[in-house]
Design a protein around this ligand. Structure first.
Ligand SMILES: Nc1ncnc2c1ncn2[C@@H]1O[C@H](COP(=O)(O)OP(=O)(O)OP(=O)(O)O)[C@@H](O)[C@H]1O
Ligand SMILES: [Mg+2]
Length: 327
């Protein structure tokens, strides 16, 4: 992995303007993705992981969603603002996405084969035979049994694990340099989960692909991540190499998440959890969004939003407990 940034996200804000109010789902996200790295986005349900991922390709529901601020720089172009035609060329070809819900991402009225071929034909200049051969090879790589049969199946005829792998195959069909995988293993059993994790690891190793891997499961982060970004209330609160996040977490929220990892040696039957609930994105607390749940809360936390600041070259934290840093 080298340190060159392939994609840079700066102060990204994606809000949903609903009848009930403004949902500030992504509310100032900053990160850079390097070539060949796997960056994990971690956080509890509803903290803005999927909306961050969807924003990178402007795939969120719009309306009501809108990028109200920020930049997404890829090859010198701001994907947050570029013409939609340019974005369509990038989607699937340069940057591909495995959606959190394979069922709704696949089209129910086309076979898996036709959907992969369609994806290939949108971006590559191959005839039907060549595209079919490529589809066959991709499904085979995903360790889908009876590839020729799978190509003729409709999504509803496949198991959840098969659909998930078919979607990964489709996302890889144009050799993207960035793969966004949104919880790609949630709906699958442990064997398939291990297979998917192996496939992603191979892609990173052999193809130098950059991966944004979204999960709420820190054990998967340990398995595949180079760096991890912890997201809370639509903002990144800590970002560092995985080793450091797991062994020297600086933000109280990250510490809380890590303390919730099941300890196999523990005799306690109670699973630990972080007290309190995730903030309502329609009514964010003032100051630091984590302050109502934080066991180290100070006065300043209730009124001032902490900026993400470096505490080391490779480690940044948004927390008032680190007041002298970055000043
Ligand atoms: N189309 C939409 N309209 C209104 N609000 C939305 C929409 N999509 C997402 N949201 C809201 O944005 C917030 C962030 O959602 P997001 O899907 O990014 O969470 P997440 O971190 O991916 O959670 P999970 O782990 O459950 O997948 C949530 O409060 C969600 O309800
Ligand atoms: Mg999600």
């Amino acid at each position: 992995m080298n340190s060159e940034a392939l994609l840079e996200v700066k102060n990204l804000k994606t809000w949903f303007f609903t009848r009930r109010g403004i949902v500030k789902a992504v509310n100032g996200v900053d990160f850079a993705l390097r070539r060949g790295e796997c960056l994990c986005l971690v956080g509890e349900s509803g903290c803005g992981k999927s909306v961050t991922a969807l924003s990178l390709l402007r795939l969120f529901d719009s309306p009501p969603g809108k990028i109200v601020e920020g930049e997404i720089i890829y090859q010198g172009i701001d994907l947050a603002r570029c013409p939609i035609g340019h974005l369509r060329q990038i989607r699937g070809k340069d940057i591909a996405m495995v959606f959190q819900n394979a069922q709704s991402a696949l089209n129910p009225i086309f076979t898996i084969g036709d959907q992969i071929i369609e994806q290939i034909n949108t971006h590559l200049d191959l005839n039907r035979e060549q595209a079919l051969e490529k589809a066959r090879m991709l499904l085979d790589k995903m360790r889908i049994p009876e590839v020729d049969r799978a190509l003729t199946q409709y999504p509803h005829q496949m198991s959840g694990g098969m659909k998930q792998r078919a979607m990964i195959a489709m996302s890889l069909s144009c050799d993207p340099c960035i793969l966004i995988a949104d919880e790609p293993t949630t709906a699958v059993d442990v064997t398939i989960r291990a297979q998917i994790m192996n496939i992603l690891q191979e892609l990173k190793r052999n193809r130098d692909m950059s991966i944004i891997f979204i999960t709420h499961d820190l054990s998967l982060v340990r398995e595949i991540g180079d760096r991890a970004a912890v997201i809370y209330g639509g903002r990144i609160v800590e970002i560092a190499p995985v080793e450091r996040i797991l062994n020297k977490p600086a933000h109280p929220y990250t510490r809380g998440l890590i303390s919730c990892l099941p300890d196999v040696s523990s005799e306690s039957k109670r699973l630990p959890s972080i007290e309190g609930n995730t903030p309502n994105p329609m009514d964010m607390p003032s100051g630091c969004p984590f302050h109502p749940r934080c066991n180290r809360v100070m006065d300043v936390c209730r009124s001032v939003l902490p900026e993400l600041m470096n505490i080391l070259d490779v480690h940044a934290v948004a927390c008032h407990l680190h007041p002298n840093l970055g000043k």
